[in-house]
Design a protein around this ligand. Structure first.
Ligand code: DGL
Length: 278
C-alpha cells in the first residue's frame, strides 16, 4: 500500500469507470480520487475519434487545473484507444494510465485458444486494438484466436440500468460472436473490453456459460497506477500535492444524481456528486 495519499483523476463517458474506481479504492485507500462522468457527451463508443479526443483533452485540462490531480486514469477503453497517445503528447512526462481490453491476461488464461472480446465499436475498430490483437496472435502463432464483437448500445443500457435491454443485447452479441467463430474450438475466455461491462457480469456469465472465464481490467490498472505514483513519490510536485484527505469527489457533465446513485449501488459509496460544466 502507498504510505501517503495521492490525488488521482479519472474519467469515463458515464458510470463505467466506477468499475476501475472500485479497484483503485481497494488498492490505494489513502488516496483521493476525482471521478468525472462525461454524461452530457456520452456514449463514447459510437462517436467519432475527433469527438473523443476533444473531450479527453478538455476534461484532462480541467481536472489538472481545478482539482490538482497528480495523475490521470483514463477509465474508459474507448477513450484510451482513441485519445491516449494525443493526451500523453500534450502532457509530456506527466502520468497518464490507460485501460485496455485485457487480451494479454486472457491469452495466458485460455486453454482452448479461443478468446472472445466484447467492447464498443470505437475500441474494436481502433488501430490500437488491432495492433495489440495482432501482436499477441503473432507471438502465439496458431495457438491463439481472438475474436471481437462491437456491442452498440450495451454501455448505454447499463448506464440506464435497464436489465431487460442488457439481457437482450448480451444474448444478441454473444450469439454474433459464436456464429462468427464456428471454425474455432469453443471460447473459454471472454474479455470485458469496456469498463461498463463488469456491471453486467452476472448476466454475461449466465449467458456465456460456466465454462467461460470473464476477464476485466480494474485490478491490474489499479496496481499499475499505484506503481507509477510510487515511482514519483519523492518529487517535489508530488509532495506538494499529496492528498490531505482521502475519499472521492464525484463530478458529472450530465446527471450528477444518477452518478451518485450508481456509486452507492455498485460501490457502496456515499458521496454527493456535483455537476460540472466542461
Ligand atoms: N466505458 C467506456 C469504455 O470502456 C465507454 C462506453 C461508451 O460510452 O460507449 O469503452
Amino acid at each position: 500500500m502507498n504510505p501517503r495519499g495521492h490525488t488521482v483523476g479519472l474519467f469515463d463517458s458515464g458510470v463505467g469507470g466506477l468499475s476501475v474506481l472500485k479497484a483503485l479504492l481497494a488498492d490505494m485507500p489513502t488516496s483521493r480520487f476525482v471521478y468525472l462522468a462525461d454524461g452530457a457527451h456520452a456514449p463514447y463508443g459510437e462517436r467519432s475519434p475527433q469527438h473523443i479526443a476533444e473531450r479527453a483533452h478538455r476534461i484532462t485540462d480541467r481536472l489538472r487545473e481545478d482539482f490538482g490531480i497528480e495523475a490521470l486514469v483514463v477509465a474508459c477503453n474507448t477513450a484510451t484507444a482513441l485519445a491516449i497517445e494525443g493526451l500523453r503528447a500534450q502532457h509530456l512526462g506527466w502520468p497518464i494510465i490507460g485501460v485496455e481490453p485485457a487480451l494479454k491476461p486472457a491469452a495466458a488464461l485460455t486453454r482452448s485458444g479461443h478468446v472472445g472480446v466484447l467492447a464498443t465499436r470505437g475500441t474494436v475498430e481502433s488501430e490500437r486494438f488491432a495492433r495489440l490483437r495482432d501482436r499477441l496472435q503473432n507471438e502465439a502463432s496458431e495457438r491463439l484466436h481472438i475474436r471481437s464483437q462491437a456491442c452498440d448500445g450495451l454501455a448505454d443500457a447499463i448506464e440506464r440500468d435497464d436489465p431487460p435491454a442488457i439481457r437482450q443485447l448480451v444474448r444478441h452479441y454473444l450469439g454474433a460472436l459464436e456464429s462468427a467463430s464456428t471454425d474455432l474450438p469453443p471460447m473459454d475466455t471472454l474479455v470485458l473490453g469496456c469498463t461498463h461491462y463488469p456491471f453486467a457480469s452476472e448476466v454475461l456469465q449466465e449467458l456465456s456459460g460456466p465454462g467461460v472465464t470473464l476477464v476485466e481490467t480494474g485490478a491490474p490498472v489499479a496496481r499499475r497506477t499505484r506503481t507509477v505514483l510510487a515511482g514519483m513519490s519523492d518529487t517535489e510536485d508530488a509532495a506538494a500535492m499529496a492528498s490531505p484527505n482521502p475519499g472521492v469527489t464525484l463530478l458529472s457533465t450530465g446527471n450528477p444524481y444518477g452518478l451518485a446513485e450508481a456509486a452507492e449501488h455498485w460501490l457502496g459509496l456515499k458521496a454527493k456528486a456535483q455537476r460540472l460544466d466542461c
